[in-house]
Design a protein around this ligand. Structure first.
Ligand SMILES: *[C@@H]1O[C@H](CO)[C@@H](O)[C@H](O)[C@H]1NC(C)=O
Ligand SMILES: *[C@@H]1O[C@H](CO)[C@@H](O)[C@H](O)[C@H]1NC(C)=O
Ligand SMILES: *[C@@H]1O[C@H](CO)[C@@H](O)[C@H](O)[C@H]1NC(C)=O
Ligand SMILES: *[C@@H]1O[C@H](CO)[C@@H](O)[C@H](O)[C@H]1NC(C)=O
Ligand SMILES: *[C@@H]1O[C@H](CO)[C@@H](O)[C@H](O)[C@H]1NC(C)=O
Ligand SMILES: *[C@@H]1O[C@H](CO)[C@@H](O)[C@H](O)[C@H]1NC(C)=O
Ligand SMILES: *[C@@H]1O[C@H](CO)[C@@H](O)[C@H](O)[C@H]1NC(C)=O
Length: 387
């Protein structure tokens, strides 16, 4: 999710006219920030993170992020406080590709007490990338076992096999077929967008390296610039959902700001089957550039949300959409990205974000009402009863 700005970004300069270079990166609110208040604010996660990945385990949230050797954190609440537990890798990755010390965009899943962390090795603007896998039975800071590459693109073993010849081995996500339990790896960005490959039963390799049985999940045809990346797949009530980030992710402080709306936002499509095809709310195929926006910049405060994941809910807690975003009053370096999250509700099977901390009752999912608002409703009821 770091591959960005393949195009020269001069749009902001064009918007604001000729200015000294030092000022050209400082837009005014109305020029690039989306000020809508129809999209709810995030619940604040109280952690600086890019491409967060959260696993709920043993009554705690464990958050993995791209960084030196893949750091991970622990908290009793999604809003923190977070404390670092350790790192997934205890040194460089065993894979000789990309930046071996500084993996990106991990995705961790659990099965029967074993944790599987898929991590990305790449460099900015390059398709010379790999997705590696490390496993552990403990989340206490002790070392994980690094099993090496699952897939590679650009160079290395297997990279000459289609679709590794045209795609980019970054941003792994994971899904199991709900009927069979079969596992799939989703990955990709920009170069032919997002793909899915069946995994072996031990989840450590792809099933058929010579003929991977790949399916393309999303694609923007007719364009050379195809800014879709960071896929996630979730399952809810009979539908599989492909989520992804669309637009420009980062480096706004260095490269400047795109036209309003071209920054990261979070999109989704759904299918009855894990392998697709996926369509958006308007019925447009994700393979035809489709994707319904679920979360985007808002309030002139939240900018370029993306790098998302969905944590499945249970009988008392709805699903949670978590992501990173830039707080326009904090700053625009990649390191300043913030953890945010919203609870989800489903309208006719389409996920939408809720405002505030949600409570799921047996009858309905409601979002938090401010105390004074409940008081007004109650006093309104009283007035009705008195009159
Ligand atoms: C997290 O903390 C907030 C308040 O700080 C609280 O409203 C919320 O219920 C907590 N959530 C969980 C899952 O503990
Ligand atoms: C890997 O990335 C880190 C952090 O961005 C950087 O400090 C380091 O120099 C990079 N290493 C290589 C070999 O490029
Ligand atoms: C789960 O793990 C335990 C011990 O780690 C093992 O004995 C058991 O066979 C595993 N179950 C499955 C279904 O793999
Ligand atoms: C290349 O990958 C294949 C299939 O995964 C594997 O059987 C083989 O051992 C690998 N070769 C090397 C040199 O790693
Ligand atoms: C199917 O989905 C349900 C509900 O999310 C879950 O409890 C169950 O474990 C899933 N089954 C498999 C095989 O993934
Ligand atoms: C549902 O998940 C929340 C965390 O998201 C947890 O605190 C709660 O105990 C779980 N409830 C049930 C009934 O499993
Ligand atoms: C943005 O940052 C300001 C200043 O630190 C803080 O008061 C505000 O709560 C933050 N809002 C969000 C949505 O992060």
């Amino acid at each position: 999710m770091h591959l960005l700005f393949l195009l020269p970004i001069t749009t902001l300069v064009a918007l604001v006219g000729a200015r000294p270079a030092s000022q050209s990166l400082t837009p005014t609110l109305s020029q690039v920030y989306e000020t809508t208040d129809t999209i709810p604010l995030p619940n604040i996660g109280n952690l600086q993170v890019h491409d967060p990945n959260v696993v709920f385990w043993d009554d705690h949230y464990y958050l993995f992020k791209g960084g030196w050797h893949v750091p991970y954190f622990k908290a009793a609440n999604m809003s923190g406080p977070w404390t670092q537990v350790g790192t997934v890798l205890d040194g460089e990755s065993v894979i000789h590709q990309g930046n071996r010390s500084r993996p990106w965009a991990p995705t961790t899943v659990e099965r029967n007490g074993t944790f599987y962390c898929y991590y990305t090795l790449s460099t900015h603007g390059s398709r010379n990338s790999a997705i590696g896998i490390a496993t552990s039975t403990k989340l206490d800071g002790s070392p994980w076992k690094d099993h090496g590459a699952v897939i590679r693109t650009g160079e290395g073993n297997g990279s000459d096999v289609w679709p590794f010849t045209i795609s980019n081995a970054i941003d792994a996500s994971f899904i199991r077929d709900n009927a069979t339990g079969k596992a799939y790896l989703n990955y990709g960005s920009y170069w032919h967008d997002i793909w899915q490959i069946p995994l072996t039963d031990d989840w450590l390799s792809i099933e058929s390296p010579a003929k991977p049985d790949a399916v393309q999940l999303s694609f923007i045809p007719g364009q050379t610039f195809r800014p879709e990346e960071g896929s996630w797949m979730s399952y809810h009530d009979g539908y599989y959902y492909v989520w992804f980030s669309h637009g420009k992710c980062c480096s706004f402080d260095v490269r400047g700001f795109p036209v309003r709306g071209d920054e990261y936002n979070i999109r989704v499509g759904r299918s009855r089957t894990v392998r697709g095809p996926f369509v958006d709310r308007d019925g447009k195929l994700l393979l035809d550039g489709g994707g319904t926006i679920v979360y985007a910049s808002n309030h002139g405060l939240v900018y370029a949300p993306g790098g998302l994941g969905v944590m499945p809910g249970n009988s008392s807690t709805p699903d949670i959409l978590y992501y990173h975003y830039l707080n326009t009053s904090i700053g625009f370096t990649d390191e300043q990205a913030q953890l945010g999250y919203n609870y989800l509700k489903y309208d006719n099977g389409w996920p939408t974000v809720l405002d505030g901390i949600a409570i799921k009752s047996s009858a309905a999912t409601i979002s938090r009402l401010p105390g004074w608002w409940s008081l007004m409703i109650l006093s309104g009821l009283w007035l009705c009863m008195l009159s």
